[in-house]
Write a new protein. Structure first.
Length: 295
């Protein structure tokens, strides 16, 4: 008739954090200048029920400044379980032209006209943007480069544009334009002077290459290139003029020769990545012009 008893203590521990539900979309897109009201969020805990009233939000949104903003929501139940979620608010605006420049990059190997390149930095401010350069001999900017598509982001994008067929010695106005669905931005007017027409190898700037100049130097087509080097120009026996070109392995290039800057003859290349060109017509004319085309 002896009876024994024991007691078991069962401890139920809540280790499950509350669950968030964001109201409205995430990310939330907003045009610059539009008033913003946070649509908020709800929170539900499996043990305690609705905890929406206990949500703490941090972060701010400046609707006057394009950018990506983060709002953070957190809530903690009575057992100390914390849940956190975020909302991204994308304030989108018209693009911004941050910086630009134009520089002389060489001479067209076929036409002999100067080549000018534009370089510009543009912030799309959250929307797909089209960027281009306008140019001309006056501020009506009759010329326009091909458009460049910039992806929607808040990062600075750099684009390049090339101009050919410019008037040697002419003073050109140019500006950079960028457009998206919220507006168009223009950089300030700037000017550049196109260099006068020159022949590769011309040392004194008279536009011609005489025999002494030709024997001593050959000018680079891309004047700003650091990876393309002309070496060892020399006169060979048998009426041949020889020079070598070295650059990065795999880049294509070719050399043209002319006696009048109008009619150009392609010279054969012997090998790569070091090119050696032979001009069998070198001694047949009082002057020869050489230009490098890359690619």
């Amino acid at each position: 008739g002896a009876v024994a008893t024991t007691t078991r203590t069962v401890i139920v521990t809540d280790i499950t954090p509350p669950e968030f539900t964001l109201i409205s979309t995430n990310p939330l897109n907003l045009d610059v200048g539009t008033p913003f009201t946070d649509p908020g969020a709800t929170a539900f805990d499996p043990c305690e029920g609705d905890l929406t009233a206990s949500i703490v939000r941090t972060g701010t949104v400046n609707t006057a400044a394009p950018g990506s903003y983060t709002l953070s929501y957190s809530v903690t139940d009575s057992s100390g379980n914390t849940a956190v979620t975020n909302r991204n608010v994308l304030v989108r605006g018209s693009p911004a032209v941050l910086g630009f420049n134009a520089f002389f990059s060489g001479t067209n190997a076929v036409t002999g006209s100067p080549v000018v390149q534009f370089l510009a930095d543009v912030n799309p401010n959250g929307l797909a943007t089209v960027a281009f350069a306008q140019y001309g001999l006056n501020t009506s900017y009759p010329g326009r480069t091909a458009s460049v598509n910039l992806p929607a982001s808040y990062n600075t994008s750099t684009f390049f544009a090339t101009l050919d067929g410019l008037i040697p010695g002419g003073t050109y106005h140019f500006r950079v334009a960028a457009s998206n669905s919220l507006g168009v931005a223009y950089g300030p007017d700037q000017t550049f002077v196109v260099p006068t027409l020159f022949a590769a190898g011309d040392l004194n700037g008279d536009g011609r290459v005489n025999e002494s100049e030709l024997n001593s130097v050959l000018s680079n087509y891309w004047l700003t290139s650091s990876s393309l080097v002309m070496t060892n120009p020399s006169t060979l026996g048998g009426g041949l003029f020889q020079f070598a070109l070295t650059n990065v392995t795999g880049w294509n290039m070719s050399v043209f020769a002319s006696t009048n800057l109008t009619d150009w003859e392609l010279l054969p290349a012997q090998a790569m990545p070091v090119w050696q060109f032979l001009d069998p017509a070198y001694t047949n004319y009082p002057q020869r012009f050489y230009r490098l085309q890359w690619p």
